[in-house]
Design a protein around this ligand. Sequence first.
Ligand code: ZN
Length: 376
Amino acid sequence: MFANATKLCTINGFTIRVDPSWLVIAALVTWSLSQQYFPNVLPDAHPNTHMTMALAAMVCFFTSLLAHELAHCVVARRLGVPVKNITLFLFGGVAELETEPQSAVVEFWVALAGPAMSFTLAFGFWGLTIVAGAAPGADPVVLVLSYLALMNLILALFNLIPAFPLDGGRVLRAYLWHRSGNSLSATRTAAKSGGILGYVLIGLGVLALFRGALVAGLWQMMIGGFILMAARSSYQSHLARAAFDHKAVRDLMERDPITIGPEITLADYVNRTVLAQGVTFVPVVEDGVLLGHMDRNVLSGIDREHWGSTQVGDVFVGLNGENSTGPNVPIQDLMARISKTNRRKFMVVQNHNLIGVITLTDLIQYLQASERAMDL
Ligand SMILES: [Zn+2]
């Protein structure tokens, strides 16, 4: 996530990054504040004043957002959860933790810290409006401050909606986790609530579109879609973590895989394994010695008319570090390798001997089976 984010600064050891998409929202906020909101509430002021107010409000609003994320991070670090960084992006800010909180109690406090900060800021800005209001001619300052108080209040309340991955959804997950002791089923329930909120926001967005509120409607639909996707993917990654925890390649590989000899022709390979067995990735073995593998890519590089006269031994891919893995490699490491290299099929090799084959399909099937087992 956020591969294009650039580092802005470091605060208290936390790296603050900005994703290019943030510029869009920053510009949109400044534009709507300077052209609509402030001209409405302070009609007599000069456009330059409106622009200055808008810029000040935008900067302070995003600083507030940063404070919200920093609160999550400070509490996380205090409770032993390492923090990767904070990234500002299209839909606000996100504190990326290096690992998931190890207990429901930790999760609860980390989740609550952000909204607590936003409530505090809302209250603080509201207090400042009273102080500033006492000074003559301070209307622009008071209006900016009350806007900031309102936005921080909205930020706190919106984040407390019990829908994962919002903070309220994390509090909900912590509660369910604490009650049942099962973090996976707690995550699933919390993710469902996130899905519901996502659909509700998309529905509200569609209604707004029908009423002619184009920008607001599109915005609600985008946030809804984002929450929907985030809820789904965080549940999926949680499921994968729980299912693959303490599992190694050896546990999930296919033992006794189909193999072929180098002397057979490509036509035989196609007929006997690809068509008859439905398998394309096949280790090539001669006299018990593993030589390499055949797969669809190799086959597609050779004209069909030569399949009958070409032997597997002439074209197969030799055994190398890329198409093989050891049996004791943790599944999590293999998953990381799959997502990095896009290679999905591996021969499992021990002491130069083939002991199995493992593919991404095997992992997904195992994941689906674990999920079904949870339903029982
Ligand atoms: Zn938060």
